[in-house]
Design a protein around this ligand. Structure first.
Ligand code: ADP
Ligand code: MG
Length: 292
């Protein structure tokens, strides 16, 4: 493509809220055959809401929620915000946690009212050497609806579950359909549980999922695909997504996401929805097509 046609393309992109860093990003984007999308905040709104609190026998709903939310005040994770907001909306009086610790990709732990409390996924519970408790079926039924279910551990046992829902963005289904039509294979990568991931993927016709992915593993997934000769773009919004965005042939950041994600990306979608990827793909095709 000529410098002029590239300027025209990047200018058109910018008007539509698709910021293309340079000619190289546009050229590479035309050759992409695989798109990896982060689930939370990219496919979904990224604004989860607390939808259920399920206590084990011996605990009340209120106790479970208060302990969970008190602990989550120390975390900046969107799931933590959902739990704290949900608890406050239900009138819970939150205490203060001690010895707070966040375990990346797994959850949080600390002490509340002198008791050891932890909150997180199955990996978190297993790491503590604790059995998942009697609510497995209930948890699975909720995951099959696309909800994220977390265990609340008090002392040496599970005291209950909290379930959170993060609706799919309105623009996501149509954008994914267009991206399929433009010849991309779509892989969803998420730190979330496999059942939850499958439910969301089925709704959207996603080709492949990688669930229970630790943040640091997203870049290795991309490297493995590249080793098979795939040309990979990655769309994500989080601080944790930055290494994967840098590893991808083209990194795509949500303009609504973390600054470091934007810095690592070749394309930024100002509006934070996937329509921008469709537009970028069409621009890349039209521009690069010009010189063939
Ligand atoms: P993603 O950003 O892909 O949604 P993360 O790697 O941030 O995933 O988290 C993976 C999983 O770890 C979450 O689905 C949740 O079960 C658990 N988790 C992470 N952080 C927290 C937290 N602050 N509170 C409770 N659970 C958490
Ligand atoms: Mg994330």
């Amino acid at each position: 493509a000529t410098p002029m046609s590239i300027m025209t393309a990047t200018g058109r992109g910018a008007q539509a809220g698709v910021l293309i860093k340079n000619a190289e990003a546009l050229e590479r984007f035309e050759k992409i055959d695989t798109l990896i999308v982060d689930k939370t905040g990219t496919l979904t709104m990224g604004k989860p809401e607390l939808v259920a609190v399920l206590p084990e026998p011996g605990y009340g709903e209120e106790d479970v929620l208060r302990l969970a939310a008190t602990l989550e005040k120390g975390s900046e994770h969107p799931l933590a915000e959902a739990i704290v907001r949900g608890a406050e909306a239900r009138g819970a009086e939150l205490g203060k946690a001690e010895d707070f610790e966040a375990v990346t990709g797994k959850g949080v732990k600390g002490r509340v009212d002198g008791q050891a409390v932890a909150l997180g996924n199955l990996a978190m519970v297993s790491d503590l050497g604790i059995a998942p408790g009697g609510l497995t079926e209930t948890a699975n039924a909720r995951r099959d609806q696309g909800e994220t279910v977390m265990f609340v551990v008090v002392g040496n046992s599970v005291a209950g579950l909290v379930a959170v829902a993060d609706p799919v963005k309105e623009s996501t289904p149509a954008a994914l359909k267009s991206l399929h039509e433009l010849g991309l294979r779509i892989i969803m990568a998420t730190g979330d549980n496999e059942r939850t991931a499958k439910a969301v993927a089925a709704l959207l016709g996603i080709d492949e999922i990688r669930a229970d992915v630790l943040p640091q593993d997203k870049a290795s997934i991309i490297r493995a695909l590249q080793a098979q000769g795939r040309k990979v773009a990655m769309a994500g919004d989080g601080v944790n997504d930055a290494p994967a965005l840098a590893q991808a042939d083209v990194g795509i950041a949500m303009g609504t996401g973390a600054d470091v994600a934007i810095e690592s990306a070749g394309i930024t979608l100002v509006k934070g929805n996937l329509d921008g990827i469709v537009r970028a793909r069409r621009l890349a095709r039209a521009t690069m097509g010009n010189i063939r």
